[in-house]
Design a protein around this ligand. Structure first.
Ligand code: SF4
Length: 193
């Protein structure tokens, strides 16, 4: 067996080990309420995605999974009454996804919220540094595979803030108005500013 430990600089081997342990915890927690980890991932995604990103294709890109796997996941969630599919009002060939009331009601049972409890015990500077570090790591790792970052709308280079504070922001890419709520959602088209 080849050890990577001796070719990694500084504490990177320890960082990789921690990423692996965190991933195992998230996978383990993904069996809450009788669901599978991929099904929880889809519910979390739909709870955060903006109106341009609530499609099977965007979910597939976000999960980095195959179309077939995502299709199976969505069918299971539909059968359980947690997700609803509908035709796009503007393009009837496109499918839009949304959480049902039951799907939204399940979110507080997400076991990964225990990470939020742990984060709340860290000070603000630690949390900010962690957020920035994880964002940089994720971006670099996704870039290696040509993946999209799905960052927050308010951090996008196409985001134009309403400087008068009236919440009438704009997207310079899609040429649509954005509300304050939109700014805190993730987007398939997001490009970091
Ligand atoms: S500003 Fe960026 S993240 Fe927001 S809707 Fe437009 S492309 Fe998406």
């Amino acid at each position: 067996m080849v050890s990577t430990q001796y070719c990694l600089p500084m504490n990177d081997d320890e960082t990789l080990a921690m990423i692996g342990r965190l991933a195992r915890i998230v996978t383990h927690d993904g069996h809450a309420a009788g669901l599978k980890p991929a099904q929880w991932e889809a519910l979390r995604y739909l709870a955060r995605a903006n109106r341009f990103s609530n499609t099977p294709g965007a979910l597939t890109a976000y999960l980095g999974a195959t179309k077939g796997t995502v299709s199976q996941t969505l069918m299971a969630l539909e059968r359980a009454g947690l997700v609803r599919k509908s035709a796009d009002a503007a393009d009837r060939r496109s499918v839009r996804l949304e959480l049902t009331a039951a799907g939204a009601a399940l979110l507080p049972q997400d076991e990964t919220l225990r990470f939020a409890e742990a984060l709340s015990r860290m000070d603000a500077a630690q949390r900010e540094a962690l957020n920035e570090g994880l964002a940089a790591l994720l971006k670099a790792r996704l870039a290696a595979d040509g993946g999209r970052t799905f960052g927050l709308c308010r951090d996008c280079r196409h985001f134009r803030r309403d400087m008068e504070g009236a919440g009438r922001h704009r997207c310079a890419l899609l040429h649509v108005p954005l509300s304050d709520e939109d700014t805190a959602r993730i987007c398939v088209e997001q490009e970091a500013a």
